[in-house]
Ligand binder design. Structure first.
Ligand code: ADP
Ligand code: MG
Length: 711
């Protein structure tokens, strides 16, 4: 039944079952070069190889007749190569064609022409007389039915036919030196030589559907008997994966809720004074979330809360309120921003509001180290505290690694959470005694992701904008409309408004192309003469950056030409117009963030998304931004377009990478898994019950996979 097994196993040695944790080196039948290739795919142990899941399956039980029409969905066909040819076109380019004939051709059969452009290796692999399985979309080209760049597999000999053909066949993510055939043969042998031990089923009863074990599911995901079995196996494995993830999240959540913290909440006098000093009223949403935070601050266990709110919804204010409550109780608060510019801006905002209240604020960044004067010595000392004790320390995330400034840290506020991963958060939580933690994000994410990415946090949402906000009109224009756009910009500038011009050339992390930036700057100065322009990008020294920002804030500069360093948190109410160049190169969520820099004052604001004329497809997605100003809707649309890859980068999420589950299409399974994990921890927070013991190793293992990912 199984060619490779009987051929290679020596008859004297009884087959011993292997353990899934064993490294593949211990299997003598895998040649060294293949081991190295496997390692490139991150596969080291037997379990790694068994969980190298197929990316799709092909039904090779019976091949359909060759098509006579085009088709938009790819199909799988089998035939014999009757002709090959190599043609040149456009000078140096080459096109290789292999014509296939259906195995049992009849009078109606059309041959199929498979074509590969400039793929040298294909022509070395395919010769006349071979049988091929191909997978791709048939297209009508002239009178011929063609398949361009199909995936293909050569049928080499009939010995292994039961593995590769006449079945629903797995197709794997492959790599150089590891063809489909090789991977498939290895996995087949692993499963049958004999089946390895140690594949434990780790699903709670609530998630079991039928009695499929993990071992059976693994076998069936690779070599299913039919499609239904494949689907059940997949569901089992996805649930297992999601359940493990949610158990890790639930354990983190439970750990922090049973840890002893301290109450960090003052009586609220200082807070009330602050609120009274504001030139506006808090929105209902701000009041609601402040109440939620206040409850957490007062509670004896550490707060782990996420504050979600669109750009401009007034999160900074909520953060200040929270910090004042902690300060008033005699604790220090730390306020961490993702960049220096933002830290400095927060510092300035805080001083503006808090100097009059006599609160001592300090800035700690690489470039500037400042403390507000000892006002309390001279001014009205409203708050009882030691004069030299800093009460609020503002800085970048580097504050995390600093301990000198803190003597009794009670609250940490982290701005713009998406740049601050779970691992960093965990580092904070390990401080003794545990401070309360408030993370703020202006990047709304789809609900189904929230329960995973922020699953270990309580969530507060600001779902209301301050009333005094001007409307933002967003318009997509291609660059043939530049003259009209320029006229419009000049009109707004003449009215006294200020303008941001954003261009995608320089990212803070990218290597700076100073020449290009300067050219851009010169160009805009010409276009908008005589208005004053300044250039801002990530490589400008912090002191200078600060001066440029200040000049703009004071209205001395009319136009700020900038890279996306402007992305988060910058706040100049009179800047009501934004032009984004090559907007099609940005993601929707990022554009929405950028757009949040305007519409901050009472003026009507305009966001113009300029696209290059050639980028028709890229600019179609931008219509979403014309339609809605709601960050959650943008996030959903962005997710539809891009997939979750970026959002669940492991270092960011602090969760192990998913091997089989899909956060978008399997959202329901995630919900089930989450409910199951939560109910287990609710009933048995320390996993002490006998039937829950088995889940402990699951969590430890997940933890291990997470931290090996992060490093
Ligand atoms: P976020 O951090 O959520 O993007 P900010 O906290 O920077 O928003 O607030 C944006 C602007 O709105 C700031 O100028 C702030 O002073 C102002 N603001 C905050 N809350 C209110 C409110 N309730 N009414 C009016 N303006 C507000
Ligand atoms: Mg902000």
């Amino acid at each position: 039944m199984n060619g490779i097994n009987s051929a290679n196993r020596s008859p004297q040695v009884a087959a011993r079952s292997v353990e899934i944790s064993q490294p593949l080196e211990e299997l003598s039948w895998i040649p060294r070069p293949k081991l190295l290739a496997l390692r490139r795919l991150g596969i080291q142990t037997i379990e790694d190889l068994l969980t190298h899941f197929p990316r799709r399956h092909e039904d090779r039980t019976e091949f359909p007749h060759f098509p006579r029409e085009e088709s938009d969905s790819p199909i799988c066909l089998c035939g014999e190569v009757i002709k090959t040819s190599l043609r040149r076109f456009g000078g140096w380019k080459k096109i290789f064609e292999a014509t296939l004939q259906e195995s049992e051709a009849n009078a109606l059969s059309e041959p199929l022409v498979c074509r590969w452009f400039n793929l040298h290796y294909v022509q070395k692999m395919i010769v006349t007389g071979q049988r091929l399985v191909v997978f791709g979309k048939p297209r009508l080209r002239g009178k011929r039915i063609c398949m361009d760049h199909p995936e293909f597999e050569v049928i080499e000999n009939d010995e292994e036919i039961s593995i590769h053909f006449r079945r629903i066949t797995p197709i794997y993510p492959a790599t150089e030196g590891l063809s489909q055939r090789v991977l498939r043969s290895m996995i087949y042998r692993l499963l049958n030589d004999p089946a390895p031990a140690g594949l434990e089923t780790l699903l709670p009863d609530a998630l079991m559907n039928g009695d499929m074990t993990r071992a059976a599911a693994i076998r069936a995901i690779h070599f299913p008997d039919d499609w239904q079995q494949r689907d059940s196996a997949r569901e089992h494995l996805v649930l297992s994966e999601f359940f493990a993830t949610q158990m890790l999240i639930a354990s983190r959540r439970t750990d922090s809720s049973i840890r002893i913290g301290q109450s960090h909440c003052g009586s609220g006098e200082l807070f009330d004074k602050f609120v009274k000093s504001l030139p506006f009223e808090l929105t209902g949403a701000q009041e609601k979330v402040i109440a939620e935070i206040r409850r957490d601050l007062a509670a004896g266990h550490p707060m782990n809360r996420l504050l979600q709110g669109d750009v401009g919804s007034g999160k900074t204010l909520v953060a200040i309120a929270a910090m004042l409550l902690a300060v008033e109780a005699g604790y220090q608060s730390a306020f961490m921003a993702p960049t220096q510019i933002l830290a400095e801006q927060h510092y300035d905002v805080l001083r503006r509001w808090l100097d009059p209240l006599g609160v001592r604020v300090a800035l700690r960044t690489g470039a500037r180290q400042e403390e507000s004067g000892p006002l309390s010595l001279f001014g009205p000392a409203q708050v009882p505290f030691r004069v030299h004790q800093l009460q609020i320390i503002v800085g970048t995330h580097a504050l995390l690694y600093e301990s000198v400034s803190f003597s009794n840290l009670g609250l940490v506020v982290i701005d713009e959470q998406h740049k601050f991963g779970v691992a960093q958060r965990a580092r904070l939580a390990m401080r003794e005694p545990a401070p309360d933690m408030l993370v703020m994000t202006a990047t709304p994410i789809p609900r189904t992701l929230t329960m995973t990415i922020y699953g270990d946090l309580d969530v507060s949402t600001i779902d209301e904008m301050p009333r005094n906000r001007g409307k933002i009109v967003t318009a997509v224009r291609d660059d043939s409309k530049l003259p009209e756009v320029l006229t419009f910009l000049r009109t707004e500038l003449e009215r006294g408004r200020q303008l941001y011009v954003i261009y995608p050339l320089i990212d803070e992390s990218e290597k700076l192309d100073v020449k290009a930036a300067t050219a851009e700057y010169q160009l805009w100065r010409e276009r908008l003469r005589p208005f004053r322009c300044e250039l801002l990008h990530g490589r400008i020294a912090p002191v200078e950056k600060h001066q440029i920002m200040e000049g703009f804030r004071r209205g001395e500069t009319n136009v700020l030409i900038s890279t996306t360093v402007l992305e988060v948190g910058v706040d100049v109410p009179n800047a009501s117009v934004m032009l984004i160049e090559n907007a099609e190169r940005f993601g929707l969520a990022q554009l929405h963030q950028l757009r949040g820099r305007i519409g901050r004052g009472e003026h009507k604001s305009y966001c113009i998304l300029l696209t290059s004329t050639q980028a028709k497809e890229g600019s179609a997605k931008l219509a979403v931004l014309e339609r809605t100003g709601n960050g959650f809707e943008v996030a959903e649309a962005d997710w539809e377009l891009r997939g979750p890859g970026d959002l669940l980068g492991t270092a960011q999420s602090g969760l192990p990478a998913l091997k089989i589950g899909n956060l978008k299409t399997d959202a329901d399974l995630m919900r089930h898994a989450r409910a199951a994990a939560i109910s287990i921890f609710e009933a048995d927070p320390r996993l002490e019950w006998p039937e829950n013991q088995r889940f402990r190793s699951l969590i430890v293992e997940q933890q291990g996979r997470t931290f090996s990912n992060v490093s």
